[in-house]
Design a protein around this ligand. Structure first.
Ligand code: GDP
Ligand code: ZN
Length: 484
C-alpha cells in the first residue's frame, strides 16, 4: 500500500482491550518515543516481540503500579509501522488509571484519538483503505459470515483486485501515451492501440461484473432486511418471537395488536438479519393508529430484501384441491393490497431472486395435511407449513430461510471478494463511466481517450487510498480517516 511517510511528534497510548473490569487489560503505545515509556516504567526493554514479566513503575516516583507482561515492537515491523510497546496489566480501573497517569507524565505523550493507531498504520503504508475498513468491520462483525467477509477484506482481497486493475490501466495508458508520441510511426503503433483497447474492454466487463453482484457484500456487511407481513392474527408476532427466541413483540388474539414496526437483529446460520414485524395488513379498519401502522408496514415492504408472508393454515386448507389452494394463496396475497408482495411472489416460480417465503402458520389446527404437503412439493423452499405453537415445521423453515440468505449474501469464503460499502460502489461506477467514455472515442481522439484512463485510475485509486490529491474526510464507525 501507500506510505505517506509522515513522522508524527506525539507518542500515543490507549487501552486496546475492552472497557469494564477484566483479568487482563492491554495498553498500547505507539510513536517515536515508545521506547522511553518501556525504559522508564519497566527499566529494561525486552527483546523485540518477546513478552517479559516486569514490575511496572511510575516514571517519577518509582512506585510499583502493577506487575505485567511487557512487549516491544520496534518499527517498521509493527502494527502502526512506528515503534510500539504493549503493557498487559491487570484490568481493574484503578490500575489502568495509574498506568495512564504515569504515561501522561512522559514528554510528548498523549492519549490516542479513536482509530488513531489504525490511521497511523494507514499513513505508514501498513494497510490500504479497504484493509482498514475490513479491520473496522471485523471488530464490528456480529455473525460468522460477516467475520469471514471482513477478514478477507482486511487481508487485502479488495486491495489486490483493485491494484491488479490499476496496473492493467497504467500499462494501457503507457502504451497509448507512446502511441500519441510516435503517431507518425503508425504501422508499429496502431496494433498497440488496438490491443490496449481490447484489454480495457475486457477490464470494463470485469469491473461491471464485480458491480453487478446484487449488493451481496453490502448486504452481508449491514444485514439482510427481512419483513414479516400478513393479515391480522395469522401469527406474525409469534413468528418474530420464535425467530428471536424471546418475547420481542406482543402476541394476542386481538386483531391489530402490532401497530408500529417492531425490529430486532438475528443471526441465522451466520448471516445477519434485521427483521421487523409489522401491523396486520387489512383494508377495513377505521382506527387511525392502526391505519398508520398499516402504512408503515407497506413502506417497510417496499424497501425490504426478504418478505416472510404469513398465512393462516385454516384459510389455505379451505381449498378443495392444489390448484385452488395456489390460486387462493395468490389472490389472498393480492387482497392484502401491497404491490411489493405481489412482485416478490412473482419472482418465485421462474426461480428468480428469492425475496419471499410463504409461511403457512397454525398447522397444529389442521388435521388432514395432504393438501399442505402437495403445496410444499409445488413451492419447495418458497413455502413452509409451520406452527408457532408446537414448533412443527420450524427446522425446515429455518433451512429455507438459510438458503435464501445464502442467495442474498453469498459465501465470502468461496467466491470472488465482493465490495462492501456504498463508497466502493460509487467509485466503481465512476470507473466504469470513464471506461465507457474511453470506448466512445475514435482513433483520432486518442488524447481524450487517454484522459479517461487517467480518470478511471483516479476513481479506482480512491477506493484503496492510492490517490489523494486533495484533502478528503472519510468518516465511518468510530474511525475518522483524513488524508491529504
Ligand atoms: P399477528 O397478529 O399476526 O401478529 O398474530 P399473533 O402472533 O399476535 O397471534 C395471534 C393469535 O394466534 C394469538 O392468540 C396466538 O397465540 C395465536 N397463534 C399464533 N401462532 C399460532 C399457532 O401456530 N397455532 C395456534 N393454534 N395459534 C397460534
Ligand atoms: Zn402482531
Amino acid at each position: 500500500p501507500v506510505g505517506l511517510g509522515i513522522r508524527l511528534k506525539h507518542t500515543i497510548y490507549a487501552l486496546s482491550s475492552g472497557f469494564g473490569k477484566c483479568g487482563v487489560a492491554v495498553v498500547r503505545i505507539s510513536g517515536p518515543e515508545a521506547r522511553v515509556a518501556l525504559t522508564r516504567m519497566c527499566k529494561r526493554v525486552p527483546p523485540p516481540r518477546h513478552a517479559e514479566l516486569k514490575k511496572i513503575k511510575d516514571p517519577e516516583t518509582d512506585e510499583i503500579l502493577d506487575h505485567g507482561l511487557v512487549l516491544w515492537f520496534p518499527g517498521p515491523a509493527s502494527f502502526t509501522g512506528e515503534d510500539c510497546g504493549e503493557l498487559q496489566v491487570h484490568g481493574g480501573s484503578a490500575v489502568l488509571a495509574s498506568i495512564f497517569s504515569a504515561l501522561s507524565k512522559l514528554e510528548n505523550y498523549r492519549p490516542a484519538e479513536p482509530g488513531e493507531f489504525t490511521r497511523r498504520a494507514f499513513y505508514n503504508g501498513k494497510f490500504d483503505l479497504t484493509s482498514v475498513e475490513g479491520l473496522a468491520d471485523l471488530i464490528n462483525a456480529e455473525t460468522e459470515y460477516q467475520r469471514k467477509q471482513a477478514v478477507i477484506q482486511m487481508d487485502g482481497a479488495l486491495y489486490e483486485k483493485y491494484s491488479g486493475w490499476r496496473s492493467i490501466l497504467s500499462k494501457c495508458l503507457a502504451n497509448i501515451e507512446a502511441y500519441i508520441d510516435f503517431e507518425e510511426d503508425q504501422d508499429i503503433e496502431s496494433s498497440v492501440l488496438n490491443s490496449s483497447k481490447l484489454e480495457i474492454k475486457e477490464l470494463h466487463a470485469s469491473i461491471q461484473k464485480h458491480l453487478d453482484d446484487g449488493c451481496r457484500g453490502e448486504r452481508l456487511r449491514c444485514g439482510v432486511n427481512m419483513t414479516i407481513a400478513g393479515a391480522p392474527n395469522v401469527g406474525k408476532s409469534s413468528l418474530l418471537n420464535f425467530l428471536s427466541k424471546k418475547p420481542t413483540a406482543i402476541v394476542s388474539d386481538i386483531p391489530g395488536t402490532t401497530r408500529d414496526v417492531v425490529k430486532t437483529d438475528l443471526d441465522v446460520d451466520g448471516y445477519p438479519v434485521n427483521v421487523q414485524d409489522t401491523a396486520g395488513l387489512r383494508k377495513d379498519t377505521s382506527d387511525a393508529v392502526e391505519l398508520e401502522g398499516i402504512n408503515r408496514a407497506r413502506a417497510a415492504l417496499d424497501t425490504t430484501d426478504l418478505i416472510l408472508v404469513v398465512l393462516d393454515a385454516q384459510i389455505v386448507a379451505k381449498a378443495c384441491n392444489l390448484q385452488a389452494a395456489m390460486t387462493n394463496i395468490s389472490s389472498y396475497i393480492d387482497s392484502l393490497g401491497v404491490p411489493a408482495l405481489r412482485d416478490a411472489m412473482g419472482s418465485r416460480p421462474d426461480g428468480g431472486i428469492k425475496k419471499c417465503i410463504v409461511i403457512v402458520n397454525k398447522m397444529d389446527l389442521i388435521e388432514d395435511k395432504t393438501l399442505m404437503q402437495a403445496l410444499k412439493m409445488e413451492f419447495g423452499d418458497g413455502l413452509c407449513p409451520v406452527s408457532c405453537k408446537t414448533e412443527e415445521g420450524m427446522n425446515e423453515m429455518m433451512q429455507s430461510l438459510s438458503s435464501c440468505l445464502k442467495e442474498l449474501c453469498g459465501n465470502p469464503s468461496s467466491e470472488n471478494p465482493c465490495f462492501t460499502q456504498p463508497r466502493h460502489r460509487f467509485c466503481l461506477e465512476e470507473t466504469c463511466s470513464a471506461l465507457s467514455r474511453f470506448s466512445s472515442y475514435s482513433d483520432s481522439e486518442v488524447d481524450l481517450a487517454a484522459q479517461e484512463i487517467r480518470n478511471a485510475l483516479f476513481s479506482l485509486g480512491k477506493i484503496t487510498g492510492h490517490v489523494t490529491p486533495f484533502l478528503t474526510m472519510h468518516r465511518w464507525g468510530s474511525f475518522i480517516i483524513c488524508w491529504s
